[in-house]
Design a binder for this molecule. Structure first.
Ligand code: B16
Ligand code: MG
Length: 214
């Protein structure tokens, strides 16, 4: 088999927290009188929190915001977002994702996370996956956000494997670019699959069982 490990993006692949991100950014933007909609929210996929804030503030035209104020705004968004995450439970993990993860593990593949999110440990805990993965590389151990490959390279390093034997799974175009930049093959779902960004462009994650068969 070509692959020894699968490195999964989290938001948009393992779980779906887009709406929570949207509602939290919307509340923060409303407090500043800044226009924000779902289309702008789509541009935030895979993008770090502070880089996301800069995108949200493209529509801001008030007095200049200090770095401290920007951190405050990002914290406001994150506090609202975490209130939603606190409502999540293992029931939020779809049967399809659960069966796919178990099927891949039965084949002896190593499974890892490569996510931009600093909330990764919290989200995995809420989903009942707190100790499931062989490696977790996330927003807490990187200095450069996707499309930089750092988060995936760190995941491969934690697994002790070369990128050439790891398959990255992504829903964001910037994430697929990050995978390719690191020398990984990339399987895409959602937005990135529709854009044809992957070596494999899937309708759903269950197709990973076909891709890794034989
Ligand atoms: P946080 P992923 C990304 O996660 C999200 O897609 C993106 O919308 C978010 O801004 C980013 O994490 C940072 O999240 O504010 O929780 O640190 O898709 O890379 O798993
Ligand atoms: Mg994602």
């Amino acid at each position: 088999m070509k692959y020894q490990a699968i490195i999964f993006d989290l938001d948009g692949v393992i779980c779906f927290t887009d709406e929570y991100h949207y509602l939290a950014w919307k509340q923060m933007a409303d407090s500043l009188g800044v226009y924000f909609d779902r289309e702008i929210n789509n541009r935030l996929r895979g993008v770090s929190r502070m880089a996301s804030l800069e995108i949200v503030l493209e529509r801001y035209s008030g007095p200049a915001l200090s770095d401290e104020r920007k951190v405050e705004l990002a914290t406001m968004k994150n506090d609202i977002y975490r209130e939603s995450l606190a409502q999540m439970s293992p029931a939020d993990l779809s049967d399809e994702v659960r069966d796919t993860l178990n099927g891949l593990r039965e084949r002896g593949l190593k499974l890892a996370i490569g996510s931009s999110s600093k909330n990764t440990p919290f989200i995995l805990g809420q989903l009942g996956l707190g100790s499931f993965f062989d490696a977790v590389s996330d927003g807490n151990n990187i200095t450069r956000s996707k499309p930089d490959p750092e988060v995936f390279l760190k995941a491969a390093e934690m697994l002790g494997l070369e990128p050439s034997v790891c398959l990255v799974v992504e829903d964001a175009v910037s994430g697929a670019e990050a995978g390719h930049a690191g020398g990984f093959d990339v399987a895409c779902v959602g937005d990135a699959a529709r854009a044809g960004s992957g070596d494999y462009n899937m309708q759903s994650v269950a197709e990973l069982l076909d891709i890794t068969a034989g």
